[in-house]
Unconditional design. Structure first.
Length: 299
């Protein structure tokens, strides 16, 4: 990947940083994206040291916000004339329903709207690459039904476990299917990957109140002792993203779903439902309109 340029959102820690380290180690120029500027700079220095080259830098951006995505896309376009791989890795989990400053439910913003909007903002750069790839991450327990009338959890919001998180991650799969269809013929592919359950900062930060009341007394034991034993390390959790970004077996492949062992698997029926795909797509079109009306970076 010596000539490749890669952007990974949510990559100053966790699975995203594991993905960044692996791709930089293969010679790629890597752009890290995260909320905290200092954490981003530390991560960039760390990865530059392990990769043995200096083509790693960090951009502070909140990709749950439209202005954050716009600034990130502009920063990438200001530094690079093309983008070979976009990994939409950022993930959030909220026990109670929260809205971003744009009035969008936070998990929908991170897992669905961000991949949609960033792909469109960066499409001119992606189309300049010989064979660009968009890699979207699902997670949790995806595959349940998509409620087309409650995409942002306005009527029914379940917290951490068996949750709206899973709902949005199924929507990520549906979005990727529709995105793959729309990108056909452009030279850009879009696939979705499942990383497995890693012992990530997101999982480690699970609050006690996320557990059912009856299980809260043992929650610290579960989080501090049991979870590290059973959840995979971040190197394993990053491998499906790395595979989707690099494998020659995926040349020209779009709309595929890869599990945590990098095997192609059938997408759940809920993600393949045309009505569900259209509902997710239409909502993303409406919510992203304030930034997508303007000329995209690189035009």
């Amino acid at each position: 990947m010596n000539d490749s340029v890669v952007l990974i959102t949510g990559s100053t820690g966790g699975i995203g940083m594991g993905t960044a380290r692996a791709l930089a180690g293969r010679g790629a120029s890597v752009i890290l994206s995260g909320l905290d500027p200092e954490r981003g700079q530390r991560a960039a220095r760390d990865i530059r040291s392990s990769a043995g080259h200096d083509r790693v830098h960090a951009v502070a951006a909140d990709v749950t916000r439209l202005d954050g995505m716009r600034r990130l896309a502009a920063a990438v376009a200001g530094r690079h004339d093309r983008l070979d791989v976009l990994v939409n890795n950022v993930g959030v989990n909220r026990p109670a329903r929260e809205l971003t400053t744009d009035g969008v439910e936070t998990m929908f913003a991170a897992h669905v709207l961000a991949p949609f909007t960033l792909t469109h903002l960066l499409l001119p750069l992606l189309e300049r690459a010989p064979a660009a790839r968009v890699v979207n991450l699902t997670g949790g327990l995806p595959g349940g039904p998509i409620d087309r009338d409650d995409l942002q959890g306005e009527r029914r919001y379940l917290g951490w476990l068996f949750s709206h998180y899973n709902h949005t991650k199924t929507m990520t799969m549906a979005l990727t299917c529709r995105l793959a269809d729309r990108l056909r013929g452009s030279g850009v592919t879009a696939n979705v990957v499942y990383p497995g359950h890693g012992y990530t900062p997101l999982n480690r930060a699970t609050p006690i109140r996320a557990f059912p009341i009856a299980y809260r007394p043992i929650a610290p034991l579960v989080l501090k002792v049991v979870a590290p034993l059973f959840l995979s390390d971040l190197t394993r959790s990053a491998r499906s993203s790395v595979y989707a970004a690099t494998s020659p077996e995926l040349d020209g492949v779009s709309g595929a779903y890869l599990d945590d062992r990098c095997r192609r698997k059938p997408l759940p029926a809920s993600a393949l439902d045309p009505a569900a795909q259209q509902a997710v797509w239409d909502l993303c079109v409406r919510l992203s309109a304030p930034v997508l009306r303007a000329p995209a970076p690189g035009d």
